[in-house]
Design a protein around this ligand. Structure first.
Ligand SMILES: O=C(O)[C@@H](O)[C@@H](O)[C@H](O)[C@H](O)CO
Ligand SMILES: [Mg+2]
Length: 402
């Protein structure tokens, strides 16, 4: 089955998405997400200028060989732009292979290991009480796991707090919005939030929290200890991950489970944390980690150390990524949880999909392939809009980790 064409579709139904569509001489096509939030055009150029010319005429069935060809062939390995581009090609090829086989992708991967994919939603509020109410709203919608982020007194634009409504979109201005960060106030607020959440919602709901890379290792250890009585499902990205030894320090002090890896793009980024058992959940996802082909290897490595998967699923990853991730999640033996921030109705319309939510679980559906497509004429109605992620500064103006 020969690849006859491949093209990149950029659309902004509320936020930017980059999608690769690959077509074959047998009339079967596949799509893959290539979105890198705030740096979308870099991946577009990588695909259009450097990868697509290499794909035309190749056998679409040779997924592994094409992956190696694009990865090794670049000479310049890894990095978010390269791996998002490879991830899009890989996802589109798995979509094609599964469609050609007449099977949902999870069947090709080895079949379902569970009945549904446990997901967590995002609840946030301007203060603790509003966040507590929001978590209640998610519980009412059927969620069994909820991430909770609350505004912090005196902190403008605290991470994870939306500007109203269900859809939290941090990349919403042409130039990066300047937000404030105050570690001391955050460390006072976060444990109180979870204490209150347990008081109001009881012990059964799974609660998660994202620190978003903002604490030093010893501060992260302190927060992990303070959160222990409230038994979180996980504490995410508690300190920047460039220095992976830092997680040893955190680990020595707390039994709060740790999740890391949404910004990783290769198995090599994950290796030390997994092999040294410094984390409990690995967050790499389909688009940013080079597609299903590499994600399978990461999960295999993680399984040896009882590390479970917890794929990134923020709204900057398109439904094409979510669909592929759900097939992976339904199959992967060491599944933990899947992040699920709902897309807006406009985005859902651009990407018709077979996945469905019920009682706290998503199911990828049984349509052949990933079950996600792109409506190109609708996509064309939403042209690209330059948007960047915010930055954070400390109260004295020092640039911090957003
Ligand atoms: O866990 C998460 O979902 C976040 O860390 C993301 O929302 C992250 O901020 C965005 O993906 C950045 O584009
Ligand atoms: Mg995160």
């Amino acid at each position: 089955m020969k690849i006859t064409s491949a093209r990149v579709i950029v659309t902004c139904p509320g936020r930017n998405f980059v999608t690769l569509k690959i077509e074959t001489d047998q009339g079967v096509h596949g799509i893959g997400d290539a979105t890198l939030n705030g740096r979308e055009k870099a991946v577009v150029a990588y695909l259009e200028d450097h990868l697509i010319p290499l794909l035309i005429g190749r056998d679409a069935h040779r997924i592994e060989d094409i992956w190696q060809y694009l990865y090794r062939g670049a000479y310049w390995r890894r990095g978010p732009v390269t791996m998002a581009a490879i991830g899009a090609v890989d996802t589109a090829l798995w979509d094609i292979k599964a469609k050609a086989a007449g099977m949902p992708l999870y069947q090709l991967l080895g079949g379902a290991s569970r009945d549904g994919v446990l997901v967590y939603g995002h609840a946030n509020g301007a203060d603790i009480e509003q966040t507590v109410d929001e978590v209640g709203r998610y519980i009412d919608m059927g969620y069994r796991a909820v991430r909770a982020q609350s505004g912090i007194p005196g902190v403008k634009g605290a991470y994870g707090v939306g500007k109203g409504g269900m859809y939290y979109e941090p990349a919403d201005s042409t130039l990066p919005e300047e937000t404030l960060w105050d570690t001391s106030r955050y460390l006072q607020t976060a444990p109180k939030l979870f204490e209150r959440l347990r008081e109001v919602h009881g012990p059964d709901i799974e609660l998660l929290h994202d620190v978003h890379h903002r604490l030093s290792p010893i501060e992260a250890a302190r927060l992990g200890k303070a959160l222990e009585p409230h038994h979180l499902f996980w504490m995410e990205d508690c300190t920047p991950v460039e220095n992976q030894e830092a997680f040893r320090l955190v680990r020595q002090h707390t039994v709060t489970p740790l999740a890391v890896g949404e910004i990783f793009n290769s198995i090599h980024d994950c290796r030390e944390l997994i092999q040294n058992q410094l984390i409990d959940y690995i967050r790499t996802t389909v688009v940013h980690a080079g597609g299903i082909t590499q994600l399978r290897q990461i999960a295999g490595l993680a399984a040896l150390y009882q590390v479970r998967t917890g794929c990134h699923g923020a709204t900057d990853l398109s439904p094409a990524c979510m669909g592929a991730a759900l097939h992976f999640d339904l199959w992967v033996p060491n599944f933990g949880i899947q992040e699920y921030m709902r897309h807006t109705p406009e985005t859902d319309a651009v990407f018709p999909h077979a996945y469905t939510f019920k009682d706290g679980y998503l199911h990828p559906g049984d349509a052949p392939g990933t079950g996600v497509d792109i409506d190109e004429s609708l996509a064309a109605k939403y042209p690209y809009e330059p948007k960047q992620l915010p930055i954070a500064r400390l109260t004295d103006g020092t640039l911090w980790n957003w």
